[in-house]
Design a protein around this ligand. Sequence first.
Ligand SMILES: CC(C)(COP(=O)(O)OP(=O)(O)OC[C@H]1O[C@@H](n2cnc3c(N)ncnc32)[C@H](O)[C@@H]1OP(=O)(O)O)[C@@H](O)C(=O)NCCC(=O)NCCS
Length: 185
Amino acid sequence: MRELLLKGKRIYLQTLTTKVDAKTLQENINDIEQTKYMHEVPYPYTLEDAESYLKYLNSISDDSSIELGIFDNFTDEFVGVVALNNIDYKYENGEIGYWTRKKFWKKGYAKEAVQMLIKYAFQELKLVRIYATLQKGNTGSLALLTNLGFQVEGLMRKSVKNKGKLVDRYICSLLIEEYELKKGF
Ligand SMILES: CC(C)(COP(=O)(O)OP(=O)(O)OC[C@H]1O[C@@H](n2cnc3c(N)ncnc32)[C@H](O)[C@@H]1OP(=O)(O)O)[C@@H](O)C(=O)NCCC(=O)NCCS
């Protein structure tokens, strides 16, 4: 796992496992509304779920994942998580994912975090394509990505099970040339 600290205007991003323990993670993700569209997160989310997740993150020995906590610069509060997974250095692709705590929704936190990690991925990791998958109906996530210039590539029908039900997911991507055309973020 690649360790990182990125500083932004209102937030900073730091390797999740160095800042957040299982109890904090569990308390802040165990919310039915917050995890409605997150197929990989069960509800209820137990302390054991959080412990095994952090253990899994600590076991990643290569640079294929970056999992960062989002923290408020002024209060140091834990805001959420932004991650770049499945980083493929050969094909210069990576998959972005994110969530923020409900009390921080619609205040621009996720947007700033995603922008910071994309900038790092294009400029430092030299990736050419950042992609994201999101469940049909997740209007907040779709708005966030399309506002940043992501294009919907297609719909992957019944591609995962979320809380026991097969669901459709969009796949979206942003290419470095599109990012550069906008002169970055
Ligand atoms: C999706 C999510 C990360 C958005 O976080 P956020 O902190 O509210 O997002 P921001 O405030 O940075 O908003 C970014 C843009 O999306 C828009 N947006 C956010 N939520 C929205 C919603 N529910 N409906 C419509 N637009 C929305 C904002 O208006 C903003 O647009 P702007 O750039 O034109 O101002 C958050 O709702 C969340 O954590 N959801 C649960 C987890 C999840 O679904 N993660 C994504 C899995 S793919």
